[in-house]
Structures are given as C-alpha cells and as structure tokens.
Design a protein around this ligand. Sequence first.
Ligand code: PEP
Length: 253
Amino acid sequence: MSRMLIAGNWKMNLTREEALSLTGKLVSTLSEQRAVDVVLCPPFCYIPLVFQGIKGSTIRLGAQNCHPEPRGAFTGEVSAAMLESMEVQFCIVGHSERRQNFGEDDAFIARKIDALLEEGIWPILCVGETLEERKADKTWSVVSGQLKSCLEHVSAEEVSRIAVAYEPVWAIGTGESAIPQQAEEIHSKIREYLKETYGTGSAEATRIIYGGSVDGENAPEMLNQANINGALVGGASLDVEEFEKIVKAAAEA
Ligand code: PEP
C-alpha cells in the first residue's frame, strides 16, 4: 500500500506574515509525524520562505502550477525547471480553477506533466466533473477523458510518480464534499483504468487522492476508503487545527 499524501493548496491566500506564521505552526505540530507525506503548496512568491520554514522537518514543498517551457517570453509564468531549482518536490497541475479561469486544456496540462517529470518533480494531476456533467451522467467519461489526454506521454515507470487528485468541481470550496462512497466509486474506476493502461504494479503504486471540501470532520471516513490514498486540501489547509486533524486521520487510516 502506498503512503498517504496530504497536500495543502493555499491558493492565492495569506500575507507574508500569515504564511510565515502558518508554516511555523505546522512545523511545530507536524514535524514529528513520519507516517504521511505532507506537502505545502504556497503561492510562488512564498516558496523561498516556506522552503526555509520547513527545513529540517518532514514537511515537503509543492507549487500550485507551472509552465511547460523551461524559459522564454511567457510573462508572469514560472517553469518546472525554475521550481526544481528552488527545490520544489511536488506541483499541482490541471486544477479546475486553472481549467475554468485560465482556459487550460488537457493537451497543455500533459505538457506540464512532461516538464515536471523531466525535472524530477512529482505532479499532482487534478481531474473531475462539473455538476452539470454529473447530472448528465457523464462523470466517468469526463474523468477518463482527462486521464487519457493528460497522461498521454506518461510511461508505466513514470505513472507512479504522479498523484491523481479526483476533485469533483462541485465540491471544491463549496463546503459540499462528495460522500465517501461517491468518491470511492470514481477512485476505484481510476485504479482500474490505471491497471488496464499501465499494469497492476504501476497502478497500485500510484496515489489517487480526493479533493473537495475535505476537513477534520469528514477526513477519517473519506481516507478509510480502499482506493483513497490521501487528500488535496484547499480551505482547511489554512487552518492549523483542521489540517492537523486531516493528517492525523491519514496516519490512522
Ligand atoms: C482544492 O482547491 O483543490 C480544494 C480541494 O479546495 P477545498 O478543499 O477548499 O474544497
């Protein structure tokens, strides 16, 4: 069984002082735990200070996005190569907020994954359906389509370095989490898809994590589902006590 992964997506939140304070508190409450991979994904500008803050602890550093090209005329963007030079170990790609607000499509996300793997950074690939798609009974066709296109160039050796985050769009930032059985149904289909495409060994080693209004209360049941190997946490990652409860639930799952 793979190690649980709990990643905090801070999104575009926190002042510099708040970021420093949150990092310090998380290090003091979580630095002893070794059972779970805990990753913090701050905004780009706070990466150096979070890097300094978590030094010597078991907490790892992630980013929220990257550009597939290593350098060039892409004003405002940050490349996977630059993240690697800042010792970033994980990077979220394909988040629904980027798909919706910045028009990112699967082909572009696939290129980001290629660039991250090339740099030795572990991608966290978000997939998930909108409410309209769920109501139209299109959940699996949407999720499987995103997997197929975003992982187009990925080999069986590489796939276990990717964490697939199933994030139903209707559950993100809404306070309305999927019920654990709903999430598990899609997670088990994702596992099957990975088995058929990459073989059982690679599929079993690939972490499939859930995202969408995870908090301290719903985490224990969610993380006890057979194919849920962790969580991508937005809102609750900004609250030390909530985040700590989620990590504890992962350690006990
Ligand atoms: C997310 O942004 O990936 C997310 C899951 O957010 P929240 O936990 O706030 O729903």
